[in-house]
Design a protein around this ligand. Structure first.
Ligand code: GLU
Length: 399
């Protein structure tokens, strides 16, 4: 008898980052004092000037369908922004605004990957890429980057992962979950290898503005303009402007055919990103000083927490943590405790009420992910509990 559920439904795994968040929120709702390092979501409110622009749009009746790829002034502003950054061939027609960066990634994959195609995904990877590839009928080929190499893949690793079936390389610098960031030179080499081999590149740059220690994030499309038609750049408003719930992702590509298909797919799947949310987001471009000030305020806090959390984690016997320079994640190595990351994370939540995401969710056993987009108090209290838990594990191991 055939299953009630489709093959897609039976093969899809729910998002583990959102699952950890749901469990932590449930415990908190029951009155438990949970320290949440789980979901990657800025703990700042959306800037007031963005909210004001959205409220104005609502009161002006901007509550109807918008054009599928986005409201014209927002697409224009995004195209101008990327052009000013050195992207070639990005007019309004090459911009698609979608309901969330996640949707932008998914549409990019659906637009380019056919059943049987292989997609190269460097691991540790963001949890949703492999599931999106699966839904497109493709196969993911993982290339593992360890902390010993700064969580970056090497050109040799990339070369040996490419087969005649490879269609797409997914890049995510700055990275979720490691916070690693490729230098322009490193990124350029990888993009050249991929594009010269005929691959397309999807560059997920959602954390592009959250960089520290004087680092700057770079884009494949500006590093390798000769391959602009092969590159799809995804970003969004969620992380930079603390607009996670607004669900607004952006996709730009010099490849007109891809931009059109992404929009066509969206026309069948969601029509458009929420109209008044787009009018709110437009304020980021029309009021750039305010946008820069809110980003600066948030970045200063994240940087302070990054340094504090990194030092505290490395002071815990058995833990070792790579010093990431971007996003808002740290990805410490827990191999010394000798238990799987899933067990580590669920015991940590049950026994100490500290929420983290197991490395296995990101294709990297032996690590856990902590988001420091959380308060200084949570960091202090949570690390104290984590240290107690780690000491207990070491004692258990010895016994
Ligand atoms: N991207 C964030 C995270 O990794 C939000 C949850 C999700 O979409 O995975 O925690």
């Amino acid at each position: 008898m055939s299953s009630v559920l489709s093959v897609w439904a039976r093969n899809i795994a729910p998002s583990p980052t959102l699952a950890v968040d749901a469990k932590a929120k449930k415990l908190a709702a029951e009155g438990k004092d949970v320290c949440g390092f789980g979901v990657g979501e800025p703990d700042f409110d959306t800037p007031q000037f963005v909210k004001d622009a959205c409220v104005k749009a609502l009161s002006e009746g901007k509550t109807k369908y918008a054009p599928t790829p986005g409201i014209p002034p927002l697409r224009k502003a995004i195209a101008e922004h990327y052009t000013a950054r050195g992207f070639a061939g990005i007019g309004e027609g090459q911009v698609v605004v979608s309901p969330g960066g996640k949707m932008s990634c998914y549409l990019a994959i659906l637009a380019t990957v056919s059943p049987g195609d292989e997609v190269i995904v460097p691991a540790p990877y963001w949890v949703s890429y492999p599931e999106m590839v699966k839904l497109a009928g493709g196969t993911t080929k993982f290339v593992l980057a360890e902390d010993t190499n700064g969580f970056k893949i090497t050109p040799e690793q990339l070369k040996s992962a490419i087969t005649p079936k490879t269609k797409l390389l997914v890049l995510n610098s700055p990275s979720n979950p490691t916070g690693a960031i490729y230098s322009p030179e490193e990124l350029k080499v990888l993009v050249e290898i991929a594009c010269q081999a005929g691959l397309l590149v999807m560059s997920d740059e959602i954390y592009e503005h959250l960089v520290y220690d004087g680092c700057k994030s770079s884009s494949p499309a500006t590093l390798c303009p000769q391959f602009a038609e092969k590159i799809i750049t995804v970003s969004g408003f969620a992380k930079t402007y603390s607009m996670t719930g607004w669900r607004l992702g952006t996709l730009v590509t010099a490849n007109k055919a891809i931009a059109k298909v992404v929009s066509d797919l969206q026309s069948q799947m969601s029509s458009n990103a929420t109209t008044f949310a787009q009018w709110g987001a437009l304020a980021v471009y029309t009021q750039p000083e305010k946008a820069a000030a809110s980003l600066a305020e948030m970045s200063v806090a994240f940087d302070r927490r990054r340094k504090a959390l990194h030092a505290k984690l490395n002071a815990i016997p058995g833990l070792s943590c790579f010093r990431s320079q971007a996003a808002f994640y740290l990805f410490p190595n827990i191999k010394a405790f000798g238990i799987p990351s899933q067990e580590f994370a669920s015991r940590l939540l049950d026994e100490e009420l500290v929420a983290v995401v197991p490395g296995s969710a990101f294709g990297a056993e032996g690590y856990i992910r902590l988001s420091y987009a959380t308060s200084d108090e949570t960091i202090d209290k949570g690390v104290e509990r984590l240290a107690r838990f780690c000491a207990k594990l070491l004692a258990e191991k010895k016994a």
